[in-house]
Design a protein. Structure first.
Length: 76
């Protein structure tokens, strides 16, 4: 496993090396989860499923208009 160095700023922010950010697809605003492990800390990109991203993905697929118009109603 490759070892890369980062640093902690005076504000407590962790600077992650660019090579590692690219490999883990961590960009500005990406949430990460920290985990205390024996002898150190591990961190992982946090998978956040924002339900708002999925709004309207079924629109135009030929669903009955009452389902598209009122998606929260119970289907009989």
């Amino acid at each position: 496993m490759e070892k890369l160095d980062g640093r902690v700023t005076s504000k407590g922010q962790l600077v992650i090396p660019a090579k590692l950010r690219r490999a883990l697809r961590i960009g500005a605003g990406t949430r990460v989860r920290f985990e205390r492990i024996p002898g150190g800390i591990a961190f992982y990109p946090k998978q956040v499923e924002d339900i708002k991203r999925f709004r309207g993905i079924l629109a135009g697929l030929g669903l009955p208009p009452d389902i598209e118009g009122d998606p929260d109603r119970e289907i009989e």
